[in-house]
Design a protein around this ligand. Structure first.
Ligand code: AHR
Length: 498
């Protein structure tokens, strides 16, 4: 049996986690909004039409922030279409996903929904077909209390108090050729700079996210990020990053589970670019990362390519996640946490029905496999991330070398210490030892394990509990040393309490 050893020192700290690292995302895409969170007439809907069953599952995760309304959708969206009397709202072509947007749910409904869900809105403005002027208007509508056109409009639409939205994205993936009105690096850099300046005048208390390269394989990766930051450094707080992983059958599961090495490399590269621009602009300010789209995404692509265009909320991007995807999501969470000093915001893309941990039908809502690592990290992973030294064997796969079998991170939450660990080994269990000599006065509260004989097993409406976490009693914590045998291909959450 292979061995893994984790050495922890409470003085060696990465950073305090920003709770927003457990954010998510709802786009006007497929059945995310309609039938996902909003479905008037459904037996689960409340008086606003919000699905109560979905709200319950979102509260179970404890999602601190939700990005909205896109995504690719936002680059062709007129936010004004989605406010005011519903009978006057137009139906529009959504060019990103080739559907019809009915505009029955819009900005005000979203903010009302956020308040009920116990989460904060993170709003994106359209820098594709539109620009600085509409960004000014939507911010005025949301955050200015009185005496102006959009403040009046906001009140007339039934909201006495401003929404007071603090976090704003300056467009979405503007370097992507698929984006409506994509930009060159300098086109976007100047547009984002002037939009940010204008928005900061309207409300200086907001935080702004500029679009970074939407992938490490983008042709302009690096140049894009440096160009954008050279223009915008002083006006923005975060640079965005996006990353999705797909399973490559030929490379196999061991390679799939190693993908987070690439995510780690991507973060390190973007942080280096941020620091380069900090240096050349002689800035004292630190630029942070908003990793505002991340997930596994591949199951639905073939079916989606065959869909009829111009329908109302067709089932798009409805990946049915298997157990192996949950392990990858667990590793992605570990990677984000390891960079908690720079990654302050991260959004699992997305939240309901569209590449999501939560699925709905007309008759109920259920948890996909990836729900669990996300929920565990959000519930047990808040506090100070410690620099964790891991000793273990490594392997090579088709696209990666020196992949540690053990992927782990530790979060000290004060009276609670959590060890998150993925055993990437597909063949063997692992003897795990954690040296926790400074935590001798703690006790082992629980060891949650998620594993399954079948890497490809899924949860469905008919069989929603095929892959679920269990608790093991086989682990020990004695005299400051935690020992356990963690199963091959398993996700582990070890919680110690004072
Ligand atoms: O999350 C799905 C899509 O992925 C988003 O709309 C877009 O930003 C990204 O390409």
């Amino acid at each position: 049996m292979k061995k893994g050893r984790i050495i922890i020192d409470r003085e060696f700290q990465v950073a305090q986690t920003d709770p927003r690292i457990y954010g998510s995302f709802i786009e006007h895409l497929g059945r995310a909004v309609y039938e996902g969170i909003y479905q008037p007439g459904n037996p689960y809907a409340d008086e606003n039409g919000f699905r109560r069953d979905t709200l319950d599952l979102i509260r179970e995760i404890d999602v601190p922030v939700v990005r909205y309304p896109g995504g690719n959708f936002v680059s062709n969206y007129n936010w004004e279409d989605g406010v005011g009397p519903k009978e006057l709202r137009p139906k529009r072509l959504d060019l990103a996903w080739k559907t019809i947007e009915p505009n029955e749910f819009g900005l005000d409904e979203f903010v009302d929904w956020c308040r009920i869900a116990g989460t904060e809105p993170m709003m994106a403005v359209n820098l594709g077909t539109r620009g600085a002027e509409q960004a000014r208007d939507i911010l005025e509508y949301c955050n200015i209390e009185k005496n102006s056109k959009f403040a009046h409009m906001h009140r007339a639409n039934g909201h006495e108090k401003p929404h007071d939205i603090k976090l704003w994205c300056l467009g979405n993936e503007m370097d992507g050729v698929w984006q409506t009105c994509a930009k060159t690096p300098m086109e976007y850099a100047r547009l984002a700079e002037e939009t940010a300046k204008m928005m900061r005048v309207v409300d200086p208390s907001i935080e702004l996210v500029a679009c970074g390269s939407c992938g490490i394989n983008q042709p302009t990766f690096g140049v894009w990020d440096a160009t954008v930051l050279e223009r915008c450094y002083r006006y923005v707080n975060y640079l965005s990053m996006h990353m999705y992983f797909a399973y490559d059958k030929a490379a196999g599961p061991a390679d799939f589970l190693a993908n987070t090495l690439k995510m780690d490399e991507f973060i390190q590269s973007v942080v280096a670019i941020c620091d380069y621009v900090k240096a050349i602009t002689r800035s004292k300010k630190e630029m942070y990362i908003s990793f505002d789209e991340w997930n596994v995404w591949y199951h639905s692509k073939e079916a989606d390519a065959k869909r009829e265009p111009w329908c109302f909320y067709p089932p798009l991007l409805e990946d049915v996640y298997n157990f192996m995807d949950a392990l990858t999501v667990g590793s992605m969470l570990i990677t984000l946490l390891k960079h908690a000093d720079r990654v302050k915001i991260a959004c699992l893309a997305q939240l309901v029905n569209v590449i999501a941990p939560i699925m709905t039908s007309d008759t109920g809502a259920w948890r996909q496999t990836i729900f669990y690592p996300y929920m565990h990290a959000s519930r047990y992973g808040r506090g100070t991330v410690l620099q964790t030294k891991v000793d273990c064997d490594k392997y090579d796969s088709r696209n990666f070398t020196d992949v540690p079998y053990l992927d782990s991170v530790v979060v000290d939450g004060g009276d609670q210490l959590t060890i998150f660990a993925v055993n990437r080994d597909l063949e063997e269990d692992m003897e795990l030892t954690c040296d926790l000599r400074q935590y001798k006065d703690y006790r082992l509260a629980k060891h949650l394990v998620m594993t399954c004989d079948d890497l490809f097993a899924v949860n469905t409406e008919a069989d929603p509990n095929r892959v679920v976490p269990t608790t093991t009693n086989a682990s020990k914590f004695e005299d400051g040393v935690f020992t356990s045998v963690i199963g091959k291909h398993s996700w582990n959450v070890i919680v110690l309490e004072k």
